[in-house]
Design a protein around this ligand. Structure first.
Ligand SMILES: [Zn+2]
Length: 449
Protein backbone atom coordinates (compact mmCIF):
# COMPACT_ATOMS: atom_id res chain seq x y z
CA UNK A 1 0.00 0.00 0.00
CA UNK A 2 1.27 3.41 -0.85
CA UNK A 3 2.35 6.22 1.39
CA UNK A 4 -0.17 9.03 1.95
CA UNK A 5 -0.31 12.16 4.08
CA UNK A 6 -2.90 13.85 6.30
CA UNK A 7 -2.20 17.56 6.54
CA UNK A 8 -3.59 20.20 8.91
CA UNK A 9 -2.55 23.45 10.54
CA UNK A 10 -3.48 21.89 13.89
CA UNK A 11 -2.27 18.33 14.44
CA UNK A 12 -2.55 17.28 18.10
CA UNK A 13 0.48 15.19 19.06
CA UNK A 14 2.05 14.45 22.46
CA UNK A 15 4.45 17.34 21.72
CA UNK A 16 1.79 19.98 21.17
CA UNK A 17 -0.50 21.38 18.49
CA UNK A 18 1.29 22.29 15.27
CA UNK A 19 0.96 22.43 11.51
CA UNK A 20 2.09 19.01 10.36
CA UNK A 21 1.76 16.21 7.88
CA UNK A 22 1.02 12.75 9.24
CA UNK A 23 2.54 10.15 6.91
CA UNK A 24 0.59 6.92 6.79
CA UNK A 25 1.35 3.55 5.23
CA UNK A 26 -0.53 0.27 5.64
CA UNK A 27 -2.73 1.74 8.35
CA UNK A 28 0.12 2.92 10.56
CA UNK A 29 1.70 6.29 11.20
CA UNK A 30 5.16 6.26 9.63
CA UNK A 31 6.21 9.76 10.65
CA UNK A 32 4.86 13.17 11.66
CA UNK A 33 6.68 15.86 9.67
CA UNK A 34 6.52 19.64 9.11
CA UNK A 35 4.30 20.42 6.07
CA UNK A 36 7.29 21.34 3.89
CA UNK A 37 8.78 17.87 4.40
CA UNK A 38 5.85 15.94 2.96
CA UNK A 39 7.20 14.00 -0.04
CA UNK A 40 5.95 15.72 -3.20
CA UNK A 41 4.80 12.67 -5.15
CA UNK A 42 2.33 11.24 -2.59
CA UNK A 43 -1.42 11.77 -2.13
CA UNK A 44 -2.22 14.44 0.49
CA UNK A 45 -5.52 14.98 2.31
CA UNK A 46 -5.47 18.61 3.38
CA UNK A 47 -7.83 19.43 6.27
CA UNK A 48 -6.58 23.00 6.43
CA UNK A 49 -7.92 24.70 9.60
CA UNK A 50 -9.70 21.61 10.94
CA UNK A 51 -7.74 19.94 13.74
CA UNK A 52 -6.53 16.36 13.56
CA UNK A 53 -6.67 14.57 16.92
CA UNK A 54 -5.86 10.96 17.69
CA UNK A 55 -8.90 8.69 17.32
CA UNK A 56 -10.67 8.75 20.68
CA UNK A 57 -10.78 5.67 22.90
CA UNK A 58 -13.84 4.96 25.03
CA UNK A 59 -13.04 2.41 27.70
CA UNK A 60 -16.55 2.49 29.18
CA UNK A 61 -19.34 1.48 26.79
CA UNK A 62 -22.31 -0.86 27.18
CA UNK A 63 -22.82 -2.47 23.77
CA UNK A 64 -25.36 -5.06 25.07
CA UNK A 65 -24.72 -7.66 22.34
CA UNK A 66 -25.25 -10.59 22.27
CA UNK A 67 -28.50 -10.98 24.13
CA UNK A 68 -29.86 -7.44 24.45
CA UNK A 69 -29.35 -6.24 20.91
CA UNK A 70 -32.71 -4.47 21.09
CA UNK A 71 -30.99 -2.08 23.55
CA UNK A 72 -27.92 -1.39 21.39
CA UNK A 73 -25.49 -3.55 19.40
CA UNK A 74 -22.06 -3.66 17.79
CA UNK A 75 -23.26 -2.21 14.50
CA UNK A 76 -25.10 0.78 15.96
CA UNK A 77 -22.71 1.45 18.84
CA UNK A 78 -19.64 1.43 16.60
CA UNK A 79 -21.35 3.68 14.05
CA UNK A 80 -22.20 6.14 16.82
CA UNK A 81 -18.58 5.85 17.94
CA UNK A 82 -17.27 6.68 14.47
CA UNK A 83 -19.65 9.66 14.29
CA UNK A 84 -18.27 10.85 17.63
CA UNK A 85 -14.59 10.53 16.69
CA UNK A 86 -13.94 7.27 18.54
CA UNK A 87 -11.87 4.52 16.94
CA UNK A 88 -11.79 2.02 19.83
CA UNK A 89 -14.50 0.99 22.28
CA UNK A 90 -14.08 -1.27 25.29
CA UNK A 91 -17.31 -3.06 26.12
CA UNK A 92 -18.59 -3.57 29.64
CA UNK A 93 -19.34 -7.19 30.63
CA UNK A 94 -22.78 -6.92 32.20
CA UNK A 95 -25.62 -6.11 29.82
CA UNK A 96 -24.96 -8.84 27.29
CA UNK A 97 -26.30 -12.39 27.58
CA UNK A 98 -24.30 -14.31 28.54
CA UNK A 99 -22.45 -11.75 30.67
CA UNK A 100 -18.71 -11.74 29.93
CA UNK A 101 -17.71 -13.71 33.02
CA UNK A 102 -16.30 -16.82 31.31
CA UNK A 103 -14.16 -17.51 28.24
CA UNK A 104 -17.17 -19.16 26.55
CA UNK A 105 -19.14 -15.91 26.97
CA UNK A 106 -16.21 -13.93 25.55
CA UNK A 107 -16.19 -16.24 22.52
CA UNK A 108 -19.96 -15.69 22.07
CA UNK A 109 -19.31 -11.95 22.06
CA UNK A 110 -16.55 -12.36 19.46
CA UNK A 111 -18.95 -14.25 17.17
CA UNK A 112 -21.63 -11.60 17.66
CA UNK A 113 -19.26 -8.74 16.83
CA UNK A 114 -17.80 -10.34 13.75
CA UNK A 115 -18.21 -8.27 10.58
CA UNK A 116 -20.37 -5.61 12.26
CA UNK A 117 -17.92 -3.08 13.65
CA UNK A 118 -17.22 0.33 12.19
CA UNK A 119 -14.38 0.86 14.70
CA UNK A 120 -12.13 -1.39 16.80
CA UNK A 121 -13.29 -2.92 20.06
CA UNK A 122 -12.18 -4.85 23.13
CA UNK A 123 -14.13 -6.49 25.96
CA UNK A 124 -13.64 -6.19 29.70
CA UNK A 125 -14.15 -9.40 31.67
CA UNK A 126 -16.56 -9.44 34.59
CA UNK A 127 -15.78 -10.23 38.22
CA UNK A 128 -18.97 -11.50 39.89
CA UNK A 129 -19.76 -13.34 43.10
CA UNK A 130 -18.96 -16.83 41.84
CA UNK A 131 -16.50 -16.62 38.91
CA UNK A 132 -13.12 -16.40 40.66
CA UNK A 133 -11.88 -19.50 38.82
CA UNK A 134 -12.52 -17.83 35.44
CA UNK A 135 -10.54 -14.65 36.06
CA UNK A 136 -7.09 -15.82 34.96
CA UNK A 137 -8.55 -17.76 32.02
CA UNK A 138 -10.27 -14.58 30.79
CA UNK A 139 -6.96 -12.74 31.04
CA UNK A 140 -5.25 -15.46 29.00
CA UNK A 141 -8.05 -15.21 26.43
CA UNK A 142 -7.27 -11.53 25.81
CA UNK A 143 -9.40 -9.24 28.00
CA UNK A 144 -7.56 -6.05 29.06
CA UNK A 145 -8.95 -6.11 32.60
CA UNK A 146 -12.04 -6.63 34.72
CA UNK A 147 -15.14 -4.85 35.98
CA UNK A 148 -17.07 -5.41 39.18
CA UNK A 149 -19.98 -3.82 41.02
CA UNK A 150 -20.07 -3.19 44.76
CA UNK A 151 -23.83 -2.53 44.53
CA UNK A 152 -26.63 -4.20 42.57
CA UNK A 153 -25.97 -3.23 38.93
CA UNK A 154 -29.64 -2.71 38.16
CA UNK A 155 -29.73 -5.76 35.93
CA UNK A 156 -30.06 -9.47 36.72
CA UNK A 157 -27.48 -11.98 35.51
CA UNK A 158 -24.43 -10.01 36.66
CA UNK A 159 -24.04 -10.21 40.41
CA UNK A 160 -22.47 -7.59 42.61
CA UNK A 161 -19.60 -8.59 44.90
CA UNK A 162 -19.52 -8.02 48.64
CA UNK A 163 -16.23 -7.52 50.45
CA UNK A 164 -15.69 -11.25 51.09
CA UNK A 165 -16.32 -12.12 47.43
CA UNK A 166 -14.06 -9.30 46.32
CA UNK A 167 -11.31 -10.58 48.60
CA UNK A 168 -11.70 -14.05 47.05
CA UNK A 169 -11.26 -12.56 43.57
CA UNK A 170 -8.42 -10.12 44.23
CA UNK A 171 -5.47 -12.56 44.37
CA UNK A 172 -6.51 -13.78 40.89
CA UNK A 173 -6.88 -10.24 39.58
CA UNK A 174 -3.51 -9.25 41.06
CA UNK A 175 -1.79 -12.21 39.37
CA UNK A 176 -3.01 -11.08 35.95
CA UNK A 177 -1.51 -7.60 36.44
CA UNK A 178 -4.63 -6.19 34.78
CA UNK A 179 -6.78 -3.38 36.17
CA UNK A 180 -9.98 -3.97 38.12
CA UNK A 181 -12.60 -1.37 37.22
CA UNK A 182 -14.91 -0.80 40.15
CA UNK A 183 -18.40 0.64 40.22
CA UNK A 184 -17.80 2.38 43.52
CA UNK A 185 -21.02 2.74 45.49
CA UNK A 186 -21.76 0.67 48.60
CA UNK A 187 -25.33 -0.51 49.17
CA UNK A 188 -25.52 0.52 52.87
CA UNK A 189 -25.93 4.29 52.41
CA UNK A 190 -28.15 3.83 49.33
CA UNK A 191 -30.46 1.35 51.10
CA UNK A 192 -30.75 3.55 54.19
CA UNK A 193 -31.52 6.65 52.13
CA UNK A 194 -34.02 4.78 49.95
CA UNK A 195 -35.86 3.52 53.04
CA UNK A 196 -36.17 7.09 54.33
CA UNK A 197 -37.48 8.16 50.91
CA UNK A 198 -40.00 5.33 50.46
CA UNK A 199 -42.95 7.75 50.52
CA UNK A 200 -41.17 10.64 48.78
CA UNK A 201 -42.14 12.10 45.41
CA UNK A 202 -40.07 10.08 42.90
CA UNK A 203 -40.93 12.36 40.01
CA UNK A 204 -38.52 14.84 41.59
CA UNK A 205 -34.85 14.60 40.60
CA UNK A 206 -33.96 15.74 44.14
CA UNK A 207 -35.47 12.51 45.54
CA UNK A 208 -33.31 10.35 43.27
CA UNK A 209 -30.21 12.41 44.11
CA UNK A 210 -30.83 11.99 47.86
CA UNK A 211 -31.27 8.25 47.37
CA UNK A 212 -27.67 7.87 46.15
CA UNK A 213 -25.68 10.02 48.58
CA UNK A 214 -22.01 10.99 48.24
CA UNK A 215 -21.38 8.72 51.21
CA UNK A 216 -22.09 5.62 49.07
CA UNK A 217 -19.25 6.56 46.71
CA UNK A 218 -16.90 7.73 49.44
CA UNK A 219 -17.22 4.55 51.52
CA UNK A 220 -16.74 2.33 48.44
CA UNK A 221 -13.64 4.22 47.34
CA UNK A 222 -12.24 4.08 50.86
CA UNK A 223 -12.74 0.30 50.95
CA UNK A 224 -11.20 -0.34 47.54
CA UNK A 225 -8.15 1.85 48.26
CA UNK A 226 -7.45 -0.16 51.40
CA UNK A 227 -7.87 -3.42 49.44
CA UNK A 228 -5.52 -2.05 46.78
CA UNK A 229 -2.91 -1.48 49.45
CA UNK A 230 -3.43 -5.01 50.77
CA UNK A 231 -3.63 -7.01 47.49
CA UNK A 232 -1.45 -4.90 45.16
CA UNK A 233 -3.84 -4.89 42.19
CA UNK A 234 -4.41 -2.02 39.74
CA UNK A 235 -7.53 -0.20 40.92
CA UNK A 236 -9.59 1.93 38.54
CA UNK A 237 -12.58 3.91 39.79
CA UNK A 238 -15.21 4.20 37.06
CA UNK A 239 -17.51 7.21 36.61
CA UNK A 240 -16.51 9.21 39.68
CA UNK A 241 -19.44 11.52 40.43
CA UNK A 242 -18.64 12.90 43.87
CA UNK A 243 -15.90 15.50 44.24
CA UNK A 244 -15.77 14.64 47.95
CA UNK A 245 -13.60 11.61 47.17
CA UNK A 246 -10.92 13.62 45.34
CA UNK A 247 -8.73 14.25 48.40
CA UNK A 248 -8.73 10.56 49.25
CA UNK A 249 -7.84 9.61 45.68
CA UNK A 250 -5.10 12.22 45.52
CA UNK A 251 -3.61 10.86 48.74
CA UNK A 252 -3.73 7.27 47.41
CA UNK A 253 -1.87 8.34 44.28
CA UNK A 254 0.68 10.31 46.28
CA UNK A 255 1.24 7.21 48.38
CA UNK A 256 2.16 5.42 45.15
CA UNK A 257 -0.81 3.07 44.99
CA UNK A 258 -1.73 1.99 41.42
CA UNK A 259 -5.03 3.90 41.37
CA UNK A 260 -6.63 5.59 38.35
CA UNK A 261 -9.89 7.49 38.04
CA UNK A 262 -12.38 8.34 35.31
CA UNK A 263 -15.40 10.59 35.09
CA UNK A 264 -17.94 11.21 32.32
CA UNK A 265 -19.08 14.13 30.17
CA UNK A 266 -22.47 14.22 31.90
CA UNK A 267 -20.90 14.85 35.30
CA UNK A 268 -18.77 17.62 33.78
CA UNK A 269 -21.53 19.31 31.77
CA UNK A 270 -24.82 18.79 33.62
CA UNK A 271 -25.78 19.58 37.19
CA UNK A 272 -28.72 18.72 39.41
CA UNK A 273 -30.15 22.26 39.39
CA UNK A 274 -30.66 22.03 35.61
CA UNK A 275 -32.49 18.68 35.60
CA UNK A 276 -36.24 19.12 35.29
CA UNK A 277 -38.47 16.96 37.48
CA UNK A 278 -39.82 13.90 35.66
CA UNK A 279 -36.96 13.96 33.10
CA UNK A 280 -35.70 10.42 33.58
CA UNK A 281 -33.35 10.72 30.57
CA UNK A 282 -30.95 12.29 33.09
CA UNK A 283 -30.95 9.27 35.39
CA UNK A 284 -27.62 7.52 35.81
CA UNK A 285 -25.74 5.99 38.73
CA UNK A 286 -23.98 7.49 40.55
CA UNK A 287 -26.21 10.51 39.99
CA UNK A 288 -25.39 13.89 38.46
CA UNK A 289 -24.74 16.10 41.49
CA UNK A 290 -24.62 19.87 42.21
CA UNK A 291 -23.08 22.65 40.12
CA UNK A 292 -20.46 23.19 42.82
CA UNK A 293 -19.59 19.48 42.70
CA UNK A 294 -19.23 19.69 38.91
CA UNK A 295 -16.73 22.56 39.22
CA UNK A 296 -14.71 20.56 41.72
CA UNK A 297 -14.58 17.60 39.31
CA UNK A 298 -13.10 19.98 36.73
CA UNK A 299 -10.47 20.93 39.31
CA UNK A 300 -9.80 17.20 39.81
CA UNK A 301 -9.17 16.86 36.08
CA UNK A 302 -6.95 19.93 35.99
CA UNK A 303 -4.85 18.59 38.85
CA UNK A 304 -4.61 15.12 37.33
CA UNK A 305 -6.45 13.34 40.16
CA UNK A 306 -8.98 12.32 37.50
CA UNK A 307 -7.03 10.65 34.69
CA UNK A 308 -9.56 10.20 31.92
CA UNK A 309 -13.03 10.92 30.57
CA UNK A 310 -15.24 8.19 29.10
CA UNK A 311 -18.89 8.15 28.11
CA UNK A 312 -20.48 5.27 30.06
CA UNK A 313 -22.70 5.08 26.96
CA UNK A 314 -25.54 2.96 28.32
CA UNK A 315 -28.65 2.87 26.16
CA UNK A 316 -31.93 1.01 26.60
CA UNK A 317 -35.22 0.89 24.71
CA UNK A 318 -36.99 4.25 25.29
CA UNK A 319 -39.90 2.50 27.08
CA UNK A 320 -37.52 1.56 29.88
CA UNK A 321 -36.89 5.23 30.57
CA UNK A 322 -40.60 5.38 31.47
CA UNK A 323 -40.81 8.95 30.27
CA UNK A 324 -44.61 8.93 30.56
CA UNK A 325 -44.50 7.85 34.20
CA UNK A 326 -41.86 10.45 35.12
CA UNK A 327 -40.59 8.10 37.85
CA UNK A 328 -36.90 8.22 38.79
CA UNK A 329 -37.24 5.08 40.92
CA UNK A 330 -38.41 2.72 38.19
CA UNK A 331 -36.71 4.23 35.11
CA UNK A 332 -33.57 2.55 33.73
CA UNK A 333 -30.43 4.52 34.54
CA UNK A 334 -27.94 5.30 31.80
CA UNK A 335 -26.99 8.12 29.45
CA UNK A 336 -26.03 7.57 25.82
CA UNK A 337 -23.50 10.01 24.43
CA UNK A 338 -21.00 8.26 22.15
CA UNK A 339 -21.66 10.54 19.20
CA UNK A 340 -21.79 13.77 21.24
CA UNK A 341 -19.16 13.33 23.95
CA UNK A 342 -16.38 15.22 22.16
CA UNK A 343 -18.47 18.36 21.45
CA UNK A 344 -19.94 18.22 24.98
CA UNK A 345 -16.44 18.05 26.47
CA UNK A 346 -15.04 20.69 24.14
CA UNK A 347 -17.92 23.07 24.93
CA UNK A 348 -16.99 22.88 28.62
CA UNK A 349 -13.21 22.52 28.35
CA UNK A 350 -12.61 25.34 25.85
CA UNK A 351 -14.55 27.72 28.10
CA UNK A 352 -12.19 26.85 30.96
CA UNK A 353 -9.00 27.48 28.98
CA UNK A 354 -8.13 23.88 28.18
CA UNK A 355 -6.81 22.96 24.72
CA UNK A 356 -7.31 20.03 22.38
CA UNK A 357 -4.09 18.59 23.82
CA UNK A 358 -5.82 17.99 27.16
CA UNK A 359 -8.88 16.57 25.37
CA UNK A 360 -6.57 14.08 23.62
CA UNK A 361 -4.99 13.10 26.94
CA UNK A 362 -8.32 12.57 28.69
CA UNK A 363 -10.26 10.95 25.83
CA UNK A 364 -7.62 9.05 23.83
CA UNK A 365 -4.28 8.52 25.55
CA UNK A 366 -5.66 7.95 29.07
CA UNK A 367 -8.30 5.35 28.15
CA UNK A 368 -5.81 3.58 25.83
CA UNK A 369 -3.40 3.24 28.75
CA UNK A 370 -6.15 1.79 30.95
CA UNK A 371 -6.98 -0.77 28.25
CA UNK A 372 -3.30 -1.67 27.83
CA UNK A 373 -3.07 -0.59 24.19
CA UNK A 374 -1.12 2.64 24.77
CA UNK A 375 1.59 1.64 22.30
CA UNK A 376 -0.93 1.23 19.46
CA UNK A 377 -3.85 3.62 20.12
CA UNK A 378 -4.47 7.06 21.57
CA UNK A 379 -1.63 9.14 20.10
CA UNK A 380 -0.53 10.62 16.83
CA UNK A 381 3.04 9.33 16.81
CA UNK A 382 5.32 7.10 14.79
CA UNK A 383 4.30 3.43 14.87
CA UNK A 384 0.76 4.03 16.13
CA UNK A 385 -2.42 3.06 14.27
CA UNK A 386 -3.44 5.81 11.83
CA UNK A 387 -6.63 6.56 13.79
CA UNK A 388 -7.75 10.18 13.58
CA UNK A 389 -10.68 12.44 14.26
CA UNK A 390 -10.95 15.55 12.09
CA UNK A 391 -12.54 18.19 14.29
CA UNK A 392 -13.69 21.76 13.66
CA UNK A 393 -13.29 23.34 17.10
CA UNK A 394 -14.88 26.70 16.27
CA UNK A 395 -18.03 25.33 14.58
CA UNK A 396 -21.26 25.11 16.58
CA UNK A 397 -24.41 23.05 16.14
CA UNK A 398 -27.69 22.19 17.83
CA UNK A 399 -27.90 18.52 18.86
CA UNK A 400 -30.75 16.77 17.04
CA UNK A 401 -31.72 13.15 16.46
CA UNK A 402 -29.57 13.02 13.32
CA UNK A 403 -26.52 13.36 15.60
CA UNK A 404 -27.47 10.14 17.44
CA UNK A 405 -26.78 7.22 15.09
CA UNK A 406 -27.10 4.63 17.87
CA UNK A 407 -30.11 2.31 18.08
CA UNK A 408 -32.51 4.51 20.07
CA UNK A 409 -32.22 8.19 19.29
CA UNK A 410 -32.92 9.57 22.75
CA UNK A 411 -30.59 11.81 24.72
CA UNK A 412 -30.68 14.43 27.46
CA UNK A 413 -28.49 16.58 25.18
CA UNK A 414 -31.10 17.05 22.44
CA UNK A 415 -31.69 20.71 21.68
CA UNK A 416 -28.42 21.86 23.22
CA UNK A 417 -26.06 24.15 21.37
CA UNK A 418 -22.64 22.51 21.36
CA UNK A 419 -19.18 23.63 20.28
CA UNK A 420 -17.01 21.62 17.87
CA UNK A 421 -18.02 19.40 14.96
CA UNK A 422 -16.63 15.97 14.10
CA UNK A 423 -16.04 16.22 10.34
CA UNK A 424 -14.53 12.81 9.75
CA UNK A 425 -13.05 9.78 11.49
CA UNK A 426 -10.28 7.54 10.15
CA UNK A 427 -9.51 4.01 11.31
CA UNK A 428 -6.08 2.71 10.25
CA UNK A 429 -5.99 5.34 7.52
CA UNK A 430 -9.46 4.52 6.15
CA UNK A 431 -12.39 6.90 6.38
CA UNK A 432 -15.13 5.34 8.57
CA UNK A 433 -17.23 8.49 9.03
CA UNK A 434 -17.49 11.72 7.04
CA UNK A 435 -20.20 14.40 6.93
CA UNK A 436 -22.91 12.18 8.41
CA UNK A 437 -22.10 9.08 6.31
CA UNK A 438 -20.32 5.79 7.00
CA UNK A 439 -18.33 4.86 3.89
CA UNK A 440 -16.95 1.41 3.25
CA UNK A 441 -17.50 -1.98 4.82
CA UNK A 442 -17.25 -2.33 8.61
CA UNK A 443 -13.50 -2.78 9.13
CA UNK A 444 -13.30 -2.68 12.92
CA UNK A 445 -11.38 -5.47 14.65
CA UNK A 446 -11.06 -6.80 18.13
CA UNK A 447 -7.82 -5.92 19.89
CA UNK A 448 -6.64 -8.60 22.24
CA UNK A 449 -4.25 -7.86 24.99
ZN1 LIG B 1 -21.32 1.75 32.96
Amino acid sequence: MSLKAFLSRRVVTPHGIDAAGVLVQEGRIVEVVPPNQIPTEISVKDFDEAAILPGLVDSHVHINEPGRTEWEGFRTATRAAAAGGYTLLVDMPLNCLPATTTVAALEAKRSAASGQCQVDWMAWGGVVSVNQVHIEALAAAGVPGFKCFLIHPGIDGFTMVNEAELRAALPHVARTGLPLLVHAELPGPVDAASRRLAQADWSKYATYLQSRPDEAEISAIQLTISLCREYHFRLHIVHLATSQALDMLRAAKTEGLPVSVETCPHYLHLSSDKIPDGQTLFKCAPPIRSRENCEKLWRGLREGVIDLVVTDHSPCPPEMKRLGERNFQTAWGGISSLSLALPVMWTEASGRGFTLAEIAQWMAEGPARLAGCESQKGRIAKGFDADFVVFEPEAEFIATEEHLPYRHRVSPYLGEKLRGVVKATYLRGNCVFADGKFPGEPGGRELRR
